[in-house]
Design a protein around this ligand. Structure first.
Ligand SMILES: [Zn+2]
Length: 205
């Protein structure tokens, strides 16, 4: 077993129990896989924040020479023969035009847009406890679109059934569902970056 592998192995053993709820600042307990999933802020060449990606993808972009690390996380990934400084913020080296709406319509993105909040009762739940509700039910001709899909808890979903909103007295949408725009993305980036000084200076300007 190489040194790198041995270190990863030791670290894994030590951290499995802690993996679910490591204390803030206790970074020695983060296992490599978890480290590679940590969110990284992506800036355009102009320093405009445009996305959040996982650390694994960010490292690939840096290693390919597509982006450079602007801020390091302070963590080091011990890979085979290399120690890799984990990025917290990366910047693309070439300016990219970002189309107004770049997000694919997916369950994950609908939940992200609705911030894991049931759009009827307002409860915030883990993704696994949420479902997608067709505001106009499919059986009544509703389509699967940004404007017709919302995050919904199972109990509200059952309560609503196949009815239209105007047939229900006690259920209203918290807000009108819209496509996932860059504006929405930026709000989410700000929310995620609120506590991180390395992100703050790029997100609040
Ligand atoms: Zn609900």
């Amino acid at each position: 077993m190489s040194l790198g592998k041995a270190m990863i192995h030791a670290r894994k053993q030590k951290s499995i129990a802690k993996a679910a709820g490591y204390a803030a600042g206790d970074y020695t307990a983060i296992q490599p896989n978890h480290m590679l999933q940590m969110p990284v802020l992506v800036l355009n060449a102009s320093y405009e924040p445009i996305n959040i990606c996982g650390a694994r993808r960010a490292l690939v972009l840096v290693l390919k020479g597509v982006a450079r690390t602007e801020e390091e996380h302070g963590l080091t990934l011990h890979a085979q023969r290399n120690n890799i400084a984990m990025p917290s913020v990366i910047r693309l080296l070439e300016y990219r035009r970002i189309p107004y709406q770049t997000r694919a319509l997916s369950r994950k993105n609908i939940l992200l847009r609705d911030r894991n909040t049931c759009q009827y009762c307002g409860e915030v739940l883990p993704p696994g406890d949420l479902t997608l509700d067709h505001v106009i039910p499919r059986s009544r001709g509703g389509n699967s679109t940004w404007e017709n899909l919302v995050a919904c808890c199972h109990s509200c979903n059952r309560q609503k059934g196949n009815r239209l909103l105007n047939e229900l007295d006690d259920m209203v949408l918290m807000r009108e569902p819209r496509p996932f725009s860059l504006h929405t993305s930026r709000q989410i980036m700000r929310m995620l970056g609120r506590s991180d000084d390395r992100w703050r200076k790029y997100l609040f300007y």
